[in-house]
Design a protein around this ligand. Structure first.
Ligand SMILES: C[S@@+](CC[C@H](N)C(=O)[O-])C[C@H]1O[C@@H](n2cnc3c(N)ncnc32)[C@H](O)[C@@H]1O
Length: 289
């Protein structure tokens, strides 16, 4: 009997649970430090109240869930959800080792599965840009909220303001022809898919959220401890890494040129404690109607 091809959403989940999970583990420290700079900014401006019930959407390794667990204190609770079981396994193991009794984790496809609740806050640090149907996912999150509950999500702004990610993408796209992805699994719409404030505010309103507000964050983040580390990071992750992975042998053949171009591009940003480049995100807040 023929099997149906997986939906776009199922394919993205497969990618997050396999090839992207492996890359995130390899570069975990650099990645989570960079993402945390943006997430911490959002949490500092919009701290969840003591005792709040919080959903952490697309929680990955769950480090934000543990941070939020401390902020809400023992009378609050945090549920981190992620569609990739491998991330949830890591999150559970880490939280158990860190004494975080008010934090728990569940494998959930935020686009399609019930999320429990009711919650007072739904937070996401770069966990909402990969849904094949963002309105369905945002509506599903809204349905899990208590009346008046607050959304606070962090997403990348336009790529041109994030050379920490985009410079490598430009280099790879200039040197390596784009290849049809074939059977390879991919991450879904991608890191910049929620960069347009007009479009995302329309999506939020369509999903039943009110009063969407956008705050702009501009931060230097480190993409590696030194230039070799930064090049390896850029070769593996983000749109550049995905372009190279999908290009297969063609990408491998072009790697020396790509590496030389990255070395020249990153050199001006090398400091004694890492390779620091600009990155820009939105902190988006809204209220559940
Ligand atoms: C860029 S990572 C961010 C992880 C984490 N929030 C952080 O800041 O480190 C995106 C996360 O979204 C998750 N994700 C993608 N699609 C999802 C879906 N449909 N439902 C739940 N999680 C999803 C991925 O598995 C991944 O862990």
């Amino acid at each position: 009997m023929d099997t149906l091809p997986p939906s776009a959403n199922q394919e993205a989940i497969e990618a997050w649970n396999t090839v992207l999970f492996d890359k995130f583990v390899r570069f975990r420290n650099t990645l989570t430090a960079g993402l945390a700079s943006h997430g911490n900014e959002a949490l500092a401006r919009h701290p969840p109240a003591t005792g709040a019930r919080v959903l952490d959407v697309g929680c990955g390794f769950g480090d934000t869930s543990v941070v939020i667990g401390k902020l809400v204190g023992p009378s609050g609770r945090v549920v981190g959800v992620d569609a990739a079981a491998n991330f949830i396994d890591c999150a559970r193991a880490d939280a158990a080792a860190m004494d975080a009794p008010n934090v728990s984790f569940e494998v959930r496809d935020v686009e399609e599965e019930p999320l429990g609740g009711p919650y007072d806050v739904a937070f996401a640090r770069f966990g909402t840009m990969f849904f094949s149907n963002p309105v369905a996912a945002l509506r599903n999150v809204r349905r899990s909220m208590a009346p008046g509950g607050r959304l606070c999500i962090v997403v990348w702004r336009k790529r041109e303001d994030s050379p920490a990610l985009y410079r490598a993408q430009q280099i790879v796209e200039a040197l390596v022809p784009k290849v049809e992805k074939g059977d390879a699994v991919t991450c879904g719409p991608g890191p910049f898919s929620m960069s347009g404030a007009d479009m995302v505010s329309d999506q939020l309103l369509a999903a039943g959220w009110t009063h969407p507000c956008f705050e702009r964050n501009q931060l230097l983040i480190s993409i590696g401890s030194d230039i070799e580390d930064a090049i390896n990071f850029a070769l593996a992750l983000g749109p550049a890494g995905e372009h190279l992975r999908l290009a297969g042998e063609l990408g491998e053949a072009k790697k020396p040129e790509v590496i030389a171009a990255m070395r020249a591009a990153f050199a001006p940003f090398v400091k004694s404690d890492g390779v620091w480049m600009q990155s820009s995100s939105w902190t988006i807040t809204a209220t559940a109607s």
